[in-house]
Design a protein around this ligand. Structure first.
Ligand SMILES: Cc1cc2nc3c(=O)[nH]c(=O)nc-3n(C[C@H](O)[C@H](O)[C@H](O)COP(=O)(O)O)c2cc1C
Length: 256
Protein backbone atom coordinates (compact mmCIF):
# COMPACT_ATOMS: atom_id res chain seq x y z
CA UNK A 1 0.00 0.00 0.00
CA UNK A 2 1.18 3.52 -0.68
CA UNK A 3 1.16 6.16 2.07
CA UNK A 4 -2.21 7.64 1.09
CA UNK A 5 -3.92 4.23 1.19
CA UNK A 6 -2.20 3.41 4.48
CA UNK A 7 -3.49 6.66 6.00
CA UNK A 8 -7.05 6.02 4.79
CA UNK A 9 -6.99 2.45 6.03
CA UNK A 10 -5.59 3.04 9.49
CA UNK A 11 -8.00 5.89 10.38
CA UNK A 12 -10.65 5.26 12.96
CA UNK A 13 -12.72 7.71 14.95
CA UNK A 14 -10.72 9.04 17.88
CA UNK A 15 -12.55 10.22 20.99
CA UNK A 16 -9.69 10.46 23.48
CA UNK A 17 -7.06 13.06 22.65
CA UNK A 18 -3.59 13.87 23.85
CA UNK A 19 -3.66 17.04 25.93
CA UNK A 20 -1.69 19.04 23.38
CA UNK A 21 -2.65 22.02 21.23
CA UNK A 22 -2.68 21.41 17.48
CA UNK A 23 0.39 23.26 16.22
CA UNK A 24 -0.12 26.23 13.92
CA UNK A 25 1.93 24.44 11.30
CA UNK A 26 -0.27 21.31 11.38
CA UNK A 27 -3.47 23.35 11.43
CA UNK A 28 -2.30 25.29 8.42
CA UNK A 29 -1.43 22.07 6.53
CA UNK A 30 -4.90 20.67 7.28
CA UNK A 31 -6.66 23.85 6.17
CA UNK A 32 -4.62 24.09 2.98
CA UNK A 33 -5.59 20.47 2.21
CA UNK A 34 -9.25 21.23 2.89
CA UNK A 35 -9.15 24.07 0.41
CA UNK A 36 -7.83 21.73 -2.33
CA UNK A 37 -10.98 19.59 -2.13
CA UNK A 38 -13.09 19.52 -5.28
CA UNK A 39 -15.89 22.05 -5.12
CA UNK A 40 -18.92 22.60 -7.35
CA UNK A 41 -18.05 25.18 -10.01
CA UNK A 42 -15.01 26.17 -7.93
CA UNK A 43 -17.43 28.13 -5.76
CA UNK A 44 -16.31 26.79 -2.35
CA UNK A 45 -19.85 26.70 -1.02
CA UNK A 46 -18.74 26.17 2.56
CA UNK A 47 -17.02 27.89 5.44
CA UNK A 48 -15.15 26.45 8.37
CA UNK A 49 -15.60 27.75 11.89
CA UNK A 50 -12.63 26.90 14.10
CA UNK A 51 -13.74 26.42 17.67
CA UNK A 52 -10.86 27.31 19.94
CA UNK A 53 -12.58 28.95 22.95
CA UNK A 54 -13.14 26.52 25.81
CA UNK A 55 -16.47 28.15 26.68
CA UNK A 56 -17.79 27.45 23.19
CA UNK A 57 -16.50 23.85 23.27
CA UNK A 58 -18.34 23.36 26.57
CA UNK A 59 -21.58 24.63 25.07
CA UNK A 60 -21.27 22.46 21.94
CA UNK A 61 -20.47 19.45 24.08
CA UNK A 62 -23.91 19.84 25.66
CA UNK A 63 -25.93 20.96 22.63
CA UNK A 64 -24.53 18.11 20.50
CA UNK A 65 -26.28 15.38 22.48
CA UNK A 66 -24.23 15.70 25.66
CA UNK A 67 -21.00 14.11 24.51
CA UNK A 68 -18.34 15.05 27.10
CA UNK A 69 -15.35 14.14 24.91
CA UNK A 70 -16.21 17.05 22.62
CA UNK A 71 -15.15 19.65 25.18
CA UNK A 72 -11.79 17.92 25.60
CA UNK A 73 -10.90 18.05 21.90
CA UNK A 74 -7.93 20.37 21.34
CA UNK A 75 -9.55 21.61 18.13
CA UNK A 76 -13.06 21.54 16.70
CA UNK A 77 -14.05 22.49 13.16
CA UNK A 78 -17.62 23.18 12.14
CA UNK A 79 -18.24 22.88 8.42
CA UNK A 80 -21.15 25.01 7.28
CA UNK A 81 -22.91 24.90 3.93
CA UNK A 82 -22.55 28.48 2.75
CA UNK A 83 -24.53 30.14 -0.02
CA UNK A 84 -24.42 33.48 1.78
CA UNK A 85 -21.17 34.73 0.21
CA UNK A 86 -22.33 34.15 -3.36
CA UNK A 87 -25.80 35.53 -2.56
CA UNK A 88 -24.24 38.71 -1.15
CA UNK A 89 -21.78 38.90 -4.03
CA UNK A 90 -24.55 38.66 -6.64
CA UNK A 91 -26.42 41.45 -4.85
CA UNK A 92 -23.19 43.47 -4.76
CA UNK A 93 -22.94 42.92 -8.52
CA UNK A 94 -26.31 44.66 -9.04
CA UNK A 95 -27.86 41.39 -10.08
CA UNK A 96 -31.42 42.69 -9.64
CA UNK A 97 -30.80 45.53 -12.08
CA UNK A 98 -29.27 43.14 -14.60
CA UNK A 99 -32.15 40.67 -14.31
CA UNK A 100 -34.75 43.42 -14.60
CA UNK A 101 -33.22 44.50 -17.91
CA UNK A 102 -33.62 40.92 -19.06
CA UNK A 103 -37.14 40.51 -17.62
CA UNK A 104 -36.01 37.90 -15.18
CA UNK A 105 -36.33 37.53 -11.45
CA UNK A 106 -33.59 36.73 -8.97
CA UNK A 107 -33.63 33.10 -7.87
CA UNK A 108 -32.89 32.88 -4.14
CA UNK A 109 -30.85 29.87 -2.97
CA UNK A 110 -33.21 26.94 -2.50
CA UNK A 111 -33.14 23.24 -1.63
CA UNK A 112 -30.92 22.21 -4.55
CA UNK A 113 -28.41 24.97 -3.77
CA UNK A 114 -28.42 23.84 -0.17
CA UNK A 115 -27.71 20.22 -1.11
CA UNK A 116 -24.91 21.24 -3.44
CA UNK A 117 -23.35 23.30 -0.64
CA UNK A 118 -23.72 20.28 1.68
CA UNK A 119 -21.79 18.19 -0.85
CA UNK A 120 -19.04 20.81 -0.95
CA UNK A 121 -18.87 21.04 2.84
CA UNK A 122 -18.70 17.28 3.39
CA UNK A 123 -16.10 16.68 0.69
CA UNK A 124 -13.95 19.41 2.24
CA UNK A 125 -14.48 17.96 5.71
CA UNK A 126 -13.22 14.54 4.72
CA UNK A 127 -10.07 16.12 3.27
CA UNK A 128 -9.49 17.58 6.74
CA UNK A 129 -9.90 14.15 8.34
CA UNK A 130 -7.42 12.46 6.02
CA UNK A 131 -4.89 15.30 6.10
CA UNK A 132 -5.07 15.29 9.91
CA UNK A 133 -4.64 11.53 10.06
CA UNK A 134 -1.50 11.80 7.94
CA UNK A 135 -0.12 14.17 10.61
CA UNK A 136 -0.92 11.75 13.47
CA UNK A 137 -3.99 13.78 14.42
CA UNK A 138 -7.10 11.71 15.05
CA UNK A 139 -10.63 12.95 14.50
CA UNK A 140 -14.29 12.24 15.11
CA UNK A 141 -17.31 13.57 13.22
CA UNK A 142 -20.19 14.89 15.30
CA UNK A 143 -23.46 14.54 13.40
CA UNK A 144 -25.40 16.05 16.29
CA UNK A 145 -24.48 19.53 15.11
CA UNK A 146 -27.66 19.16 13.02
CA UNK A 147 -29.65 19.37 16.27
CA UNK A 148 -30.71 22.54 18.08
CA UNK A 149 -30.46 24.63 14.91
CA UNK A 150 -31.89 27.80 16.41
CA UNK A 151 -29.40 27.67 19.29
CA UNK A 152 -26.39 26.97 17.02
CA UNK A 153 -27.48 29.71 14.62
CA UNK A 154 -27.34 32.24 17.43
CA UNK A 155 -24.23 30.77 19.04
CA UNK A 156 -22.23 30.86 15.79
CA UNK A 157 -23.78 34.01 14.34
CA UNK A 158 -25.08 32.29 11.20
CA UNK A 159 -26.94 34.29 8.55
CA UNK A 160 -29.90 32.90 6.60
CA UNK A 161 -28.01 30.98 3.92
CA UNK A 162 -25.44 29.35 6.19
CA UNK A 163 -26.19 25.99 7.80
CA UNK A 164 -24.03 23.79 10.02
CA UNK A 165 -23.57 20.45 8.25
CA UNK A 166 -20.95 18.63 10.23
CA UNK A 167 -18.57 19.13 13.10
CA UNK A 168 -15.23 17.39 13.61
CA UNK A 169 -13.18 17.03 16.79
CA UNK A 170 -9.42 16.78 16.33
CA UNK A 171 -6.52 15.89 18.60
CA UNK A 172 -3.17 14.15 18.52
CA UNK A 173 -3.11 10.42 19.21
CA UNK A 174 -1.96 9.43 22.68
CA UNK A 175 1.52 7.84 22.64
CA UNK A 176 1.26 4.09 22.05
CA UNK A 177 -2.36 4.31 20.85
CA UNK A 178 -3.58 1.05 19.33
CA UNK A 179 -5.82 1.54 16.32
CA UNK A 180 -9.03 -0.51 16.55
CA UNK A 181 -10.63 -0.71 13.16
CA UNK A 182 -14.40 -1.23 13.23
CA UNK A 183 -15.64 -3.80 10.75
CA UNK A 184 -17.71 -2.82 7.75
CA UNK A 185 -20.41 -4.60 5.75
CA UNK A 186 -19.14 -6.78 2.93
CA UNK A 187 -18.46 -4.92 -0.31
CA UNK A 188 -20.97 -7.04 -2.19
CA UNK A 189 -23.79 -5.34 -0.26
CA UNK A 190 -22.47 -1.86 -0.85
CA UNK A 191 -21.16 -1.84 -4.41
CA UNK A 192 -23.55 -2.55 -7.30
CA UNK A 193 -22.92 -2.48 -11.00
CA UNK A 194 -24.98 -0.31 -13.33
CA UNK A 195 -28.20 -0.50 -11.33
CA UNK A 196 -29.29 -0.69 -7.74
CA UNK A 197 -29.98 -4.11 -6.24
CA UNK A 198 -32.61 -4.21 -3.53
CA UNK A 199 -31.52 -6.95 -1.13
CA UNK A 200 -33.65 -10.05 -0.59
CA UNK A 201 -34.38 -11.12 2.99
CA UNK A 202 -31.73 -13.84 2.75
CA UNK A 203 -29.08 -11.41 1.55
CA UNK A 204 -30.07 -8.90 4.25
CA UNK A 205 -29.70 -11.58 6.91
CA UNK A 206 -26.28 -12.46 5.58
CA UNK A 207 -25.26 -8.81 5.42
CA UNK A 208 -26.13 -8.23 9.07
CA UNK A 209 -24.81 -11.57 10.39
CA UNK A 210 -21.69 -10.08 11.97
CA UNK A 211 -23.63 -7.14 13.46
CA UNK A 212 -26.19 -9.48 14.96
CA UNK A 213 -23.44 -10.91 17.13
CA UNK A 214 -23.56 -7.57 18.95
CA UNK A 215 -27.10 -8.28 20.20
CA UNK A 216 -27.25 -8.72 23.96
CA UNK A 217 -30.17 -10.24 25.78
CA UNK A 218 -31.65 -8.28 28.69
CA UNK A 219 -30.77 -5.01 26.98
CA UNK A 220 -32.24 -1.83 28.38
CA UNK A 221 -34.50 -1.44 25.34
CA UNK A 222 -36.26 -4.76 25.85
CA UNK A 223 -35.39 -5.53 22.22
CA UNK A 224 -35.55 -9.09 20.91
CA UNK A 225 -32.89 -8.85 18.21
CA UNK A 226 -30.13 -6.59 16.89
CA UNK A 227 -32.41 -4.71 14.49
CA UNK A 228 -34.81 -3.76 17.29
CA UNK A 229 -31.94 -2.89 19.60
CA UNK A 230 -30.21 -0.66 17.05
CA UNK A 231 -33.46 1.08 16.11
CA UNK A 232 -34.19 1.84 19.75
CA UNK A 233 -30.64 3.09 20.38
CA UNK A 234 -30.43 5.35 17.31
CA UNK A 235 -33.55 5.99 15.24
CA UNK A 236 -36.00 5.86 18.12
CA UNK A 237 -33.77 7.83 20.50
CA UNK A 238 -34.47 11.34 21.75
CA UNK A 239 -31.53 12.81 19.82
CA UNK A 240 -33.01 11.57 16.54
CA UNK A 241 -36.34 13.20 17.34
CA UNK A 242 -34.49 16.45 18.04
CA UNK A 243 -32.52 16.11 14.80
CA UNK A 244 -35.76 15.60 12.87
CA UNK A 245 -37.28 18.73 14.41
CA UNK A 246 -34.15 20.81 13.91
CA UNK A 247 -33.59 19.78 10.27
CA UNK A 248 -37.21 20.67 9.45
CA UNK A 249 -36.41 24.13 10.80
CA UNK A 250 -33.19 24.26 8.73
CA UNK A 251 -35.04 23.34 5.55
CA UNK A 252 -37.55 26.19 6.04
CA UNK A 253 -34.66 28.61 5.37
CA UNK A 254 -34.08 27.08 1.96
CA UNK A 255 -37.71 26.94 0.85
CA UNK A 256 -38.59 30.38 -0.31
C1 LIG B 1 -21.98 11.83 9.78
C2 LIG B 1 -21.33 11.22 11.00
C3 LIG B 1 -21.77 11.56 12.25
C4 LIG B 1 -21.15 11.03 13.39
N1 LIG B 1 -21.53 11.46 14.63
C5 LIG B 1 -20.89 11.00 15.73
C6 LIG B 1 -21.19 11.51 17.02
O1 LIG B 1 -22.03 12.40 17.18
N2 LIG B 1 -20.51 11.01 18.08
C7 LIG B 1 -19.54 10.06 17.94
O2 LIG B 1 -18.93 9.67 18.95
N3 LIG B 1 -19.21 9.56 16.72
C8 LIG B 1 -19.85 10.01 15.61
N4 LIG B 1 -19.50 9.56 14.36
C9 LIG B 1 -18.43 8.54 14.21
C10 LIG B 1 -19.04 7.18 13.86
O3 LIG B 1 -19.66 6.65 15.00
C11 LIG B 1 -17.95 6.28 13.30
O4 LIG B 1 -17.43 6.83 12.11
C12 LIG B 1 -18.46 4.87 13.02
O5 LIG B 1 -18.87 4.24 14.21
C13 LIG B 1 -17.38 4.01 12.34
O6 LIG B 1 -16.24 3.95 13.14
P1 LIG B 1 -14.81 4.44 12.60
O7 LIG B 1 -14.94 5.87 12.15
O8 LIG B 1 -13.90 4.33 13.79
O9 LIG B 1 -14.43 3.52 11.49
C14 LIG B 1 -20.10 10.09 13.23
C15 LIG B 1 -19.65 9.77 11.95
C16 LIG B 1 -20.25 10.34 10.84
C17 LIG B 1 -19.71 10.01 9.47
Amino acid sequence: MNDVLKTINRRNSLRLYKDKKISDEDLNLILESVMRAPTAGNQMLYSIILVTKQELKDKLSISCDNQPFIKKAPLIMIFVADQQKWYDYFKLSDIDEYLKENNEEFRNPKEADFLLACEDALIAAQNAVIAAESLNIGSCYIGDILENFEYHKELLNLPKYVTPITMICFGYYEDGYNSKRRDRFDKKYIVFENSYERLSNDRLKDMFKSREKLYVENNKYNAKNFGQMFYARKIGADFSAEMERSVKEILKNWKN
